[in-house]
Design a protein around this ligand. Structure first.
Ligand SMILES: [Cu+2]
Length: 123
């Protein structure tokens, strides 16, 4: 009797433990905008997410994915980065974060016409 009860409690701990870890990992996967290893989507005509954060001088790398129907671009003037992605294509973007401050990232093709921009915050 006693051992059955102990087993039940043990199972409950395992189930709760699994649920807890599954929840934690899914949280991690969705990520906060701008963490290395994340993805920035470019649709017609907006970035998703529209914010990116990084530490000054650190290497920023992410997957730039064009989910739109026309070519898009990811540029940060101050970081000397300008990367194109054809429609439906994904490309790796890597650059060194500039000094602390707030910068604009943008699609050079649709910034002026569609306001396709986002904000890079460097701390
Ligand atoms: Cu664009």
């Amino acid at each position: 009797m006693h051992s059955v009860r102990a087993l039940m409690v043990g199972l409950l701990v395992v189930v709760v433990g699994l649920a807890g870890s599954a929840c934690g990992s899914s949280k991690k996967a969705s990520g906060s905008a701008g963490s290395n290893g994340t993805t920035i989507d470019a649709a017609d005509f907006a970035f998703k997410p529209k914010t990116l954060t990084a530490k000054a001088g650190s290497q920023v790398s992410f997957t730039f994915k064009n989910t739109g129907t026309v070519e898009h671009n990811f540029s940060v003037t101050e970081a000397n980065v300008s990367t194109d992605a054809e429609k439906g294509a994904s490309t790796a973007v890597t650059f060194t974060a500039p000094a602390a401050g707030t910068y604009e990232f943008f699609c050079k093709y649709h910034k002026a016409s569609q306001g396709m921009t986002g904000t890079l915050t460097v701390t």
